[in-house]
Design a protein around this ligand. Structure first.
Ligand SMILES: [Zn+2]
Length: 305
């Protein structure tokens, strides 16, 4: 079952020739969740051949322009393409007003459903059959939220070889998958544990940008499989990171280490770094399993085994 994230933009503040502004696309079972929408995100979605009609939910971390200025083009394009499904936006309430103002003249072919993010508490903001999304406060110059996407624990899997052995019907299988025992024709009780295997491990992805080094998030993202954490600067700009409430690559690695993350993806790079080796090196000294975010790359999210 697909669970991966595609980076659509890895630059902070300004785009460069090879890096666009922040946006990530999480693919959970071919349903797409867009996280942040910097200017040019629509173009990146087209460039990387992503079917935008599959995006039904957008999560905006905070209202600095490099994280949301792409939203208006996306919303009007949906309409041009004849979208009819609702589109859900999870963001700070001030964005609702901006959207209403910007789109006053437009007649959209679909409804926007706006969900206000809590700026101070962590809470579940989205839930369907397969996944939950938790939002939690980060620490930045303005209110900023991180998001934790987590698969739900699936049903137990039936041992295939036992289906013909016990001559199980579809109805029996559904009942066993729900956790029930099976009673055969002679009245023998066959335990659920004997008939099934454990479900696969729950996979998770955390998105933390923008933020200064902020340990209160560690408990929330504990044991995450893939942590994306902003790494705007290298250690040479440590003071600037503190002043602007951003993180260094080493800060990101420290959070990943303390949270017992399986993998770390760093991005939101300052344009001053043409070559990103220094950021990777500094992060790897603290947390070896680190990857650099590259526009257009897809990162598979694998469960801790
Ligand atoms: Zn910001």
């Amino acid at each position: 079952m697909k669970f991966s994230v595609t980076v659509l933009g890895s630059s902070s503040a300004l785009p460069t020739a090879s890096r666009n502004l922040t946006a990530h696309l999480l693919n959970a079972y071919e349903r797409f969740f867009l996280i942040d929408c910097g200017e040019g995100t629509l173009r990146q979605l087209r460039r990387f051949k992503i079917n935008i009609s599959k995006i039904n939910n957008l999560f905006i971390s905070h209202l600095h322009g490099d994280h949301y200025f792409g939203i208006f083009g996306l919303l009007t394009t949906f309409s041009l393409l004849g979208r009819s499904k609702d589109f859900h936006i999870f963001a700070h309430e001030e964005l609702h007003e901006l959207i209403n103002c910007q789109l006053k003249q437009e007649e959209l072919s679909y409804n926007i459903v706006f969900h206000k993010l809590n700026k101070t508490e962590n809470e579940i903001i989205y839930e369907d059959k397969k996944i939950t999304v938790r939002s939690f406060p980060l620490k930045h110059r303005i209110a900023s939220n991180g998001f934790l996407f987590k698969e739900k624990l699936g049903d137990r899997n039936i041992k295939k070889e036992l289906i013909p052995y016990y001559n199980l019907s579809v109805k029996d299988i559904v009942s066993i998958k729900k956790g029930n025992d099976f009673i055969d024709n002679e009245g023998n009780i066959i335990s659920n544990e004997h008939l099934t295997k454990k479900p696969h491990k729950q996979r998770s992805y955390a998105f933390c940008s923008d933020t200064v080094f902020y340990p209160p998030i560690i408990d929330i993202i504990k044991d995450v499989d893939l942590l994306y954490h902003e790494s705007t600067f290298a250690e040479d700009m440590k003071e600037r990171a503190k002043k602007t409430l951003h993180s260094t690559a080493k800060d990101a690695a420290e959070i990943a280490k303390r949270a017992n993350a399986k993998g770390l993806l760093i991005g939101h790079f300052s344009t001053r770094y043409r070559n990103l080796d220094i950021l990777q090196k500094e992060a790897a000294e603290v947390f070896p399993n680190v990857s650099l975010a590259v526009d257009g790359n897809t990162y598979e999210i694998k469960a801790w085994s």
